[in-house]
Design a protein around this ligand. Structure first.
Ligand code: ADP
Length: 480
């Protein structure tokens, strides 16, 4: 395989119908660690979005009719190309988003994992023969691609969030118009460049970048788009669901979380501290499955607090491209202001700082541990999306489950216990789409990722992951 030169991956144009597009109107992409402008990308509007949708619509029948094994081969080549270019992809990701290079590398592998998984899933059966109520009819179902898919993705995982929407959509035979977050479009454009190289035909994958409201309005209003898949904030998700109602599009929503992380007295404390560090401080706390509220049982509250604070002291905040950095900057000033506001509110209501809360320059935020946090504080009620660990003391299992569930969100939850009966009981009772038992890391392409309650619907990955991009058609063959 010939590798593309690094500058070919540093694409700053948009992709419509196989052509790379520029536009007079443009906007800068900055490195959140340094504030430096790293690229200028086109600000596309409704007209280009319409062009992309129409290109996807034209390309649809050809892509859907391609034998599954051929589509699988294109995805396999794409997977191999992503792995071969993992290092430059990781560098682009760290530059535009800020996460440490080690985490960026892991994210590239994670995205590649979804591409590989759906290349494999491509060739599974696409229907079933049903038990007929009588001998004169044969009843069957076939799952067909929904058609043109619009995909809107966030800035916190600019590579993986897109890969895990594109891979199942393309595998199912759908064509796509994707709109990455305007803060981090470069990873999406690089991924599209590799898709093109892998043999994804013109129009099958289109990437538009620009004003989210204008592009989002066209994507949701245009009747040619049959499905919207969105990952982002709950507020924008609700708006998009409303916008999609007019043309009755299918929708998948992966929205905000407010994950409980519960440590019971009988937990393995080494595992619990390691799990909390991974779940809370990965990506500087900017993941939708991040532990947001840490409930710690009274018997181990003091020990756990001290041990978590010691682990947090070992974190190294800095530019993600520098070796040794374990926590990068937050994405922008707004994110810093929100984390600070949550800490200030908690302190004003009686919490105390165990570690952190030191002022850092720019978009950097010191990893912070707060103790004596209560459920009335903002830090426990809202998703902080920053490196702040609020520790809430509890005594009783039933009470902590009630508190954990006292939120409109229902994405991920975690708990640590050595009691097998409790493990089953609590896993069943937590109102979340995903639960980590004695671990802080749960995401993988082989499992269904998604939430319940106001964290959304639809599942990404797993053996059912393609179903979100397929319509079921029932066929009744009579007069046998
Ligand atoms: P965050 O707070 O994490 O930035 P958002 O929900 O604002 O989450 O952003 C997630 C994605 O949604 C981004 O690609 C963003 O551009 C897009 N987005 C934001 N507002 C709209 C909108 N009104 N219509 C369509 N997309 C939008």
């Amino acid at each position: 395989m010939t590798l593309l030169p690094d500058n070919a991956l540093r694409e700053s144009r948009c992709l419509i119908d196989g052509e790379w597009i520029t536009e007079r109107s443009s906007f800068p992409v900055t490195n959140p660690a340094t504030g430096e402008v790293i690229a200028t990308v086109p600000r596309l509007g409704a007209e280009h979005t319409r062009m992309a949708i129409e290109a996807a619509h034209r390309a649809g029948p050809g892509w859907a009719a391609m034998p599954a094994a051929q589509r699988a081969n294109v995805l396999k080549r794409w997977h191999a190309l992503i792995l071969a270019h993992a290092e430059p992809l990781a560098q682009i990701l760290t530059e535009e988003m800020g996460k440490p290079l080690s985490e960026a590398r892991a994210e590239i592998l994670c995205g590649a994992g979804y591409v590989e998984w759906f290349a494999e899933e491509c060739r599974r059966p696409v229907g079933e023969v049903l038990a007929s109520p009588d001998a004169t009819r044969q009843l069957s179902t076939v799952r067909l691609p929904v058609g043109v898919v619009a995909a809107i993705t966030p800035w916190n995982f600019p590579h993986a969030m897109l890969a895990r929407k594109l891979a199942p959509a393309l595998a199912a035979g759908c064509t796509v118009v994707a709109k990455p977050a305007e803060l981090t479009p470069l990873s999406a454009l690089a991924l599209a460049r590799l898709a093109q190289e892998a043999g994804v035909p013109p129009g099958v994958l289109n990437i538009v970048v620009g004003d989210p409201v204008t592009i989002g309005s066209e994507l949701t209003a245009n009747p040619l788009v049959r499905k919207l898949t969105f990952t982002g904030s709950t507020a924008v998700g609700k708006l998009l669901i409303r916008q999609c109602a007019e043309t009755v599009k299918r929708v998948s929503m992966e929205l905000g979380g407010n994950a409980p992380f519960i440590v019971f007295d009988d937990a393995d404390l080494d595992a619990a501290v390691a799990g909390a560090m991974a779940s809370k401080f990965r990506n500087a706390g900017q993941t939708c499955v991040c532990a947001n509220r840490l409930f710690v049982q009274a018997g181990i509250y003091e020990t756990f607090t001290q041990r978590l604070a010691a682990a947090v002291r070992d974190l190294r905040v800095g530019d993600g491209s520098q070796p040794g950095t374990t926590v990068g900057p937050l994405i922008d000033e707004r994110a810093v202001a929100k984390a600070q506001h949550h800490v200030d509110d908690a302190l004003a209501r009686g919490a105390t700082v165990v570690e952190g809360n030191a002022h850092l320059p720019g978009n950097f935020f010191a990893p912070t541990v707060l103790r004596d946090v209560t459920m009335n504080m903002l830090v426990a009620r809202q998703e902080t999306f920053g490196p702040v660990a609020p520790l809430i003391r509890f005594t009783d299992e039933a009470d902590v489950i009630a508190q954990a569930n006292a939120t409109e969100a229902g994405l991920a939850g975690y708990f640590f216990t050595r009691d097998i009966a409790r493990a089953h009981r609590v896993a069943r009772r937590l109102e979340v789409g995903m639960v980590g038992i004695n671990t802080g890391i749960i995401s993988t392409e082989v499992a269904p990722f998604g939430g319940i309650k106001q964290s959304g619907y639809g599942r990404e990955g797993g053996s059912g992951g393609m179903a979100d991009y397929q319509d079921v058609k029932y066929c009744c063959l009579g007069n046998l």
